[in-house]
Design a protein around this ligand. Structure first.
Ligand SMILES: Cc1cc2nc3c(=O)[nH]c(=O)nc-3n(C[C@H](O)[C@H](O)[C@H](O)COP(=O)(O)OP(=O)(O)OC[C@H]3O[C@@H](n4cnc5c(N)ncnc54)[C@H](O)[C@@H]3O)c2cc1C
Length: 401
């Protein structure tokens, strides 16, 4: 995009990476995205291309074979990719969260074993907190691990795993009572297990079943699944960080960077919707002139572009805050909340600009219209973001009187 969503102060390396990704999106993703999405087809060729570009290892440190880039670089790449097709950014996102959690919390052995494989895109990550009975309320998790000798035995059912079928490593959050007496706060008695498995569906490891793809209204192409653990045996050295009881904090840390990532997706989808709207508005004629010349449509375009700019600025701010080593929960929550709401609004305006054609599957905006709602839910709903933002504001602005 020529004018909107520019980011100042990028290094030459960042600019080069972004230009390469943008070029890939324009040539390899946009031309095929809608067709693949309608067929709900996994974009293997695109994934292979992104592997070659090193996108799967973008934030993994160089010593483990990655590019060692910042959260900002990563988020800007995600924004570009989502502009092309949101599902592709979903394929990368859970992988990125698991790699980040390993980098931050893994034992040395876990980092050395997993990160180089993840950087190469050979091992692909998914993360699993949600269950059929809970999503927002993570502390209500019922899946359980019980220690038996040098192993843990896991039982329970998980829900909504993005990349559940295609991944080969799932970070699974379960309750683990071992070492945590009765009455321990739920978030202090949860553990993240690093579960390796074969890709595909059915029994992908003894005791572990991925039943099949959930049929979704949008966000197709990328697989979203359930996961069933029936006496799944995991060795003790696959507890993330080697110590039980820290899973809740590890997952929340992962989700915090994931939120910047979802904000970036909202920015990318909104940008694409604006591009489609502004182009269509100059081609479609009513009452003797292009609809872009009617003030009501110009106002719509003005509102859409302002939202694209505002969301981008907040997303960049949240990423930079994390990169500087500071806590960014407030900024990430605000960016995720604003970018996802604005994305939905910009997409709806672009849809309206298309008139009846927006309802036709031949037009790209139809796909975006089904994709945008996912961003209102994933990595925490708007209500959950507002709870985080509100709590943090009351900490910062504590009444001193
Ligand atoms: C396509 C897709 C992919 C996903 N991928 C993953 C994944 O990879 N891994 C994973 O673990 N999960 C994943 N999820 C699950 C997602 O994180 C949850 O759906 C989300 O957190 C919301 O949880 P829920 O669906 O159980 O809704 P609920 O928690 O049941 O919420 C229902 C409604 O109540 C509101 N609400 C809940 N609590 C409060 C409160 N205290 N105050 C006010 N309002 C409240 C919510 O905002 C929402 O509007 C995915 C979901 C989807 C749709």
């Amino acid at each position: 995009m020529a004018r909107l969503a520019q980011t100042h102060g990028l290094t030459d390396v960042q600019q080069e990476i972004l230009a390469t990704v943008r070029d890939f999106v324009d040539k390899e993703i946009i031309p095929v995205a809608t067709e693949l999405e309608h067929r709900d087809e996994y974009p293997q060729q695109i994934v292979d291309g992104l592997k070659e570009l090193g996108v799967f290892g973008l934030m993994i440190p160089e010593e483990y074979g990655g590019l060692g880039e910042s959260l900002l670089t990563y988020a800007l790449c995600v924004e570009e990719i989502a502009r092309g097709w949101m599902s592709v950014s979903g394929i990368i996102n859970t992988h990125f969260i698991v790699a980040y959690m390993l980098k931050q919390h893994g034992t040395q052995e876990q980092k050395e074993y997993f990160l180089p494989r993840m950087a190469a895109g050979e091992t692909r990550g998914a993360f699993s907190m949600s269950e059929p009975g809970l999503g927002s309320d993570v502390s209500a998790i019922t899946s359980k691990a019980v220690k038996e000798g040098d192993e843990y035995v896991l039982n329970g059912q998980k829900m909504w795993l993005t990349n559940g079928g295609t991944s080969t490593l799932v970070a699974v959050l379960v309750r683990s009572d071992e070492g945590h007496p009765e009455g321990t706060a739920p978030h202090k008695s949860m553990t993240t297990f690093l579960v390796e498995k074969e890709p595909g569906f059915g029994e992908v490891r003894p005791g572990l079943t991925i039943p099949g793809k959930i049929d979704k209204m949008g966000y197709k192409g990328v697989d979203t699944t359930e996961l069933v653990m029936d006496n799944l045996r995991i060795p003790a050295n696959r507890v993330l960080g080697g110590v039980t009881g820290r899973g809740f904090y590890q997952m929340m840390d992962g989700v915090e960077v994931g939120r910047v990532n979802v904000a970036a997706r909202g920015c990318g989808v909104a940008q694409r919707a604006f591009e489609l709207g502004v182009q269509y508005a100059q081609q479609r004629q009513t009452f003797g002139k292009p609809i872009a010349q009617h003030q009501a449509i110009q106002f719509k375009l003005a509102e859409m572009a302002t939202k694209v700019e505002a969301a981008h600025a907040m997303m960049v701010n949240a990423a930079r805050k994390k990169d500087s080593g500071e806590r960014n929960d407030l900024e990430a929550g605000m960016a995720k909340y604003l970018a996802s709401e604005y994305c939905k609004e910009v997409v709806e305006d672009a849809f309206r600009i298309h008139g009846g054609y927006g309802f036709s599957k031949e037009y790209e905006i139809e796909r975006l219209y089904r994709e945008a709602p996912m961003l209102l839910i994933g990595e925490g709903t708007a209500e959950i973001q507002k709870m985080i933002i509100g709590r943090r504001l009351l900490e910062e602005y504590r009444f001193q009187g």
